[in-house]
Design a protein around this ligand. Structure first.
Ligand SMILES: NC(=O)c1ccc[n+]([C@@H]2O[C@H](COP(=O)([O-])OP(=O)(O)OC[C@H]3O[C@@H](n4cnc5c(N)ncnc54)[C@H](O)[C@@H]3O)[C@@H](O)[C@H]2O)c1
Length: 440
């Protein structure tokens, strides 16, 4: 157990949460936090606000157990390729209703996105014009760094975190430019084509020692060059892709089937989604990034190589369909072909009428507050304990397959919080013997 007690700096002063991409998820987060502050709603779905942890003194609210930034001390800022203020963007996103938005309208109107670091090559279906002009990509990164510094000074923040809530960029593989920090910085100077906008934000944040979390499946910070920079500036990172909706259901259900040694022959997931995220994902190159992320989850739960009779022939298919009338209210269907005793087949059908951004907003809040906690605890690099929130978690050792079982991920998260506070941890290997007490 690593002992952080005594190293953990208190959450003094204001925390700035910087959001590249101020669309449905970001605006739902901001309006939600402002509404909660006014007592106009409850932060449901957020572990930092409502979750409990078992301690020697019984179950305790996580926010009473570890020193987190208070919602009253949070400031929001961000960038977007559209210049709508956060109120206008919330109306367009059509996630929150009039009754939620009106009490916080003035504060939302005052929040205007900064000009984006953007490249239409990476997001083909957007045509925003609220973008920075630049000579080289290094110049672009320096402009983002200047934005970060100005925001910190103007809002009088003592600490910052950055969570990418921008669109999913096209699929690309790591290359020579991403292998070392020196190669990456040379790539910035020469405006290498394979440096995506999300990498520019990540570079700027890490240069400034600002924790960076990637909420989309883009490559972004999942490359050696940026991990090198994170180590150099002692900065935590986490990614990728918020675990909401269909994948959340998958990582809840699959561990149960595996626990009962029930076989799975096929898992077909499809959904209809009509928001801007759905529009971006309608492009095959952008969908490919999402598909890779969504497909990765089942193998690490089922371990087909160890259980070939149960999961060796499983067919896993994921589709996303852009269907504008659905808006942010995604409908997702799963057909799961399972088999039991003597190979007799059965089927499970899931029809989940979810609200994507309602599920994602509390994740952004938790990831922001926990990354700030990690920074104050002196942690740097990939924060595997935040895998709980992510579809494609990064691991400290890229050769190690990430854990996707949400229950194991939760135990790891709780144990890390115990480490921070110098309280004895319960090994995840003893999971069978370990159960959190029912929450009072
Ligand atoms: N909502 C969910 O449940 C969920 C789950 C997992 C991942 N995500 C990911 O989170 C991200 C945000 O989702 P959303 O529903 O808010 O999408 P959205 O389309 O409503 O918002 C994304 C915003 O990013 C902006 N943008 C794109 N490129 C940018 C850049 N380079 N700089 C600044 N702004 C940029 C777009 O203009 C848009 O306003 C998407 O990548 C999505 O795939 C969402």
């Amino acid at each position: 157990m690593k002992d952080y007690n005594g190293l953990l700096a208190p959450a003094e002063g204001k925390l700035g949460i910087l959001l590249p991409g101020m669309g449905a998820v970001a605006t739902t987060l901001i309006a939600g936090v402002l509404a909660v502050r006014k007592g106009e709603g409850q932060p449901i779905g957020s572990l930092t606000q409502m979750g409990k942890i078992r301690t020697a003194d019984g179950n305790q609210l996580i926010k009473d157990f570890v020193p987190l930034a208070s919602l009253d001390d949070v400031e929001f800022g961000g960038w977007d390729v559209y210049e709508d203020n956060v109120y206008e963007a919330s109306l367009k996103a059509e996630v929150l209703g009039y009754k939620t938005l009106q009490p916080v309208r003035a504060e939302l109107e005052a929040l205007k996105p900064m000009k984006a670091a953007f490249d239409p090559h990476y997001v083909k279906n957007l045509d925003g014009t609220h973008v920075k002009q630049f000579t080289t990509k290094l110049d672009l990164a320096e402009q983002v760094i200047a934005d970060i510094r100005n925001f910190k000074a103007e809002r009088e923040c003592s600490r910052l975190v950055m969570v990418w809530c921008g669109s999913t960029e096209i699929y690309h593989e790591p290359s020579e430019t991403h292998r070392t920090l020196a190669a990456f910085e040379e790539g910035l100077r020469t405006s290498a084509a394979n440096i995506a906008p999300s990498m520019i934000y990540a570079y700027a944040a890490l240069k400034e020692g600002v924790p960076f979390v990637n909420g989309a499946p883009n490559l972004t910070v999942d490359v050696p060059a940026l991990l090198e920079l994170a180590a150099l500036t002692n900065t935590p990172v986490a990614g990728k892709d918020f675990k909401t909706g269909q994948t959340l259901m998958k990582t809840i259900l699959a561990p149960g089937l595996s626990a009962r040694a029930l076989g799975v022959r096929g898992w077909f997931s499809t959904n209809i989604l009509g928001n801007r995220d759905g529009l971006v994902l309608d492009d095959p190159d952008n969908f490919k990034t999402k598909e890779v992320s969504k497909l990765s989850v089942l193998d690490s739960v089922f371990h087909p190589e160890e259980n070939p009779e149960l999961y060796g022939d499983m067919y896993h298919k994921v589709r996303i369909n852009y269907y504008p009338p659905a808006g942010d209210n995604k409908e997702s269907w799963d057909n799961i072909d399972i088999f039991g005793w003597l190979n007799y087949p059965m089927q499970i059908k899931i029809d989940f009428l979810c609200r994507d951004s309602i599920l994602a907003a509390p994740l952004v809040l938790d990831l922001a507050l926990f990354s700030d906690l990690a920074k104050r605890a002196g942690m740097s690099g990939v924060q595997e304990w935040l895998s709980f929130y992510l579809k494609s978690p990064q691991t400290t050792d890229p050769a190690v397959r990430p854990e996707h079982d949400i229950f194991k991920q939760l135990v790891t998260l709780h144990n890390t919080l115990r480490d921070f506070m110098g309280v004895s941890r319960v090994e995840t290997s003893n999971l069978e013997q370990y159960q959190d007490e029912p929450v009072a």
